[in-house]
Write a protein that binds this ligand. Sequence first.
Ligand code: F6P
Length: 753
Amino acid sequence: MRLSLRFIVPLLVVLALFAYAVLPLVDGLTVRWFMRDLDIRATLITNTVREPIADSIRVGDTARVVEALTRITEDERIYAAVFCESPLAMPLSAGTLPPDLRCADLAAFAGQPGHIVTSAQGPLFMSVRAVVHENRPAGDLVLIHDMSFVTRRSEETRRYVFALFVGLGVIVSLLTVVIAQLSWRGWEHGVRALMRGEGLLRAENRPDVPEFRPLARDLRELIRDIESERRPRDEDHFAWSPDALRAVLHNELRGQEVIVVSNREPYIHMRKGEAIEVRRPASGLVTALEPIMRTCSGTWIAHGSGSADREVVDRHNRIAVPPEHPGYRLRRVWLTKAEEAGYYYGFANEGLWPLCHIAHVRPTFRTADWTQYVRVNRIFADAVVKEATSPDPIVLIQDYHLALLPRMVREALPAATIITFWHIPWPNPEAFAICPWREELLDGMLGSSILGFHTQFHCNNFVDTVDRQLEARVDRETFTVSYRRELTAVKRYPISIEWPLSPELTAMPVSECRAEVRRRHGLPHNQALGVGVDRFDYTKGIEERLRAVERLLERWPEWVGRFTFVQIAAPTRGGIEEYDHYQARVRALVDRINARFAATSSHPAIILLSTHHEPDAVHQYYRAAEVCMVSSLHDGMNLVAKEFIASRDDERGVLVLSQFTGAARELAEAIIVNPYDTDECASALQAALEMPEREQRARMRLMRGLVAEFNVYRWAGRMLIDAAGMRKRRRLLDRLVTPELRPAAVPTVDQTA
Ligand code: F6P
């Protein structure tokens, strides 16, 4: 009944208002119609009596005139009939004449439409018509009609109209109630069927019920969200591959757009004379993310640092990459020399880099660098906002160059899911406290929905730092930070590499790689080979590694002339004093060691290749070597270790790995060393070179299994699944919980996975 009243009451009110407005109109119209009729009637009567009246006047027989007038007044509606021969004449009349009527007053109305006069008897309608016979005017005939019947009829009409509206109102109300009840019942059944999952498909496909489509879609999403929340995830038996990652994107995130932001770009266009060369930079970040982007598509925003970068982009500064098979969009951001110097070389690499790595290099913080850092982060934030095609994209922010970006993006796109991954270690709270802009950096990072580190140790350090520096609530049970009414989940996502490797990287058989590398450097075919692949960076422990090689040759001189260590050191961050000094020191060390053993060997102990090498060239060295040495003094993960393992499909070769890398926590079958302990490192090299094939195979098999399982698709997939979980929980809360009861932030990600 309440539902019916909801329809009927407004309907009746509207109809009543309509009737109220319409009645005076109907009334006026009725009166006008009657007046027109009376006028026609007056003309008709005049035409009928003009001849006898004119004849009587001509012969002066006024009695006959009055007689004619009397006959006219026999009509009950004619109140009086008057004849005026001239304005000065006495009126001849029949019926009840208004007392003050004079012929002089009537002359002005001759030939005009009639008009209403009020009298003691009520409203009267007076028409004045000239009596013309044989083209000679004989006088004016005045007919006075009683208007009281008009008033009576007008009242009657009003009653009819009112009754009509009431009737109409009742009929329309009844019809509305019946239709509403029927439709409501239909909707109720339909929604129940949808909720049971029965009608979802039919309703969406039925073209005759288009109203059901949005409802069906919403319910389908809701049901899927609830179901996927309930579904147990057995990831232990899940093989992560490009297809699996694509499925996560498609099923969990409905193909939502992914935007990656990093300082370093995956492809650099360099001008070489007339030609333009495309380079893949030496960067763990690029190694990890590039296969992900090839799988997921989307947009990668990065600094365009190549000399020919501007020449190849379109007018939106975009270019489709990889160049051979374009699969995603690279959007380049341009920086001035001053911006690059302050933001990249200064604040990021002279400040944050040494701050986060324990490599005994003091960080340098300058206000001017900080200003550029803020400015460049803003430039990247603007680019993200411009590239986003939806209000809630998934934004993957990379590394220490862009610590302020999460907050900036959060402010511009509040519904975005922001995943920030910190590729380098996070220091302990005491170490971090020396940064003058520590609070601003933490505030910026806590704009993220999810904040990822390689190891639990770095997560712990970060949470401790926040606890120490900010007014934030840290929950160590769920590993979340609640800050500014938003929740950030802090979680470990150990980065990795693609698995299997791109076929072209392992296309050349190991035997050929061995022969080719030895031939290239003029070494005999049975020369034992060690390899190190790094950016030419002081955190990589290259000096320590070379001293270990020297110690090996000292302690086991049988290797002099039979063992060569090839160090690939990709040029990096040139112009930073600390790097220039370091690189000069390493070169001098190489010269000294080679000189020391030159007398007893015709082959160099160390070959330093300090030029850029493309991935296929690097893999040739991996496949050619007996041992790969990673001796970082401090490293978030170190993907060289994993690349070496992936490269060795022959299950040969030994990895010597620094205990201060994230990789050491996963690759237990490597020979783990302390890079500061030269003797231990030398022994490790000796053990590697002497290791029986069987043992090499066993260790390599285990490590390859681990890298295969914990590959980069898992790294990205885990983050995206967590992001999807957050988005679902947010949607469920938005749909099911009233705004007042909603928690300040979405609950945390699953920390167990
Ligand atoms: O892997 C750590 C890292 O800082 C990456 O984040 C970065 O891309 C890489 O080293 C190379 O550094 P750059 O981009 O300064 O050449």
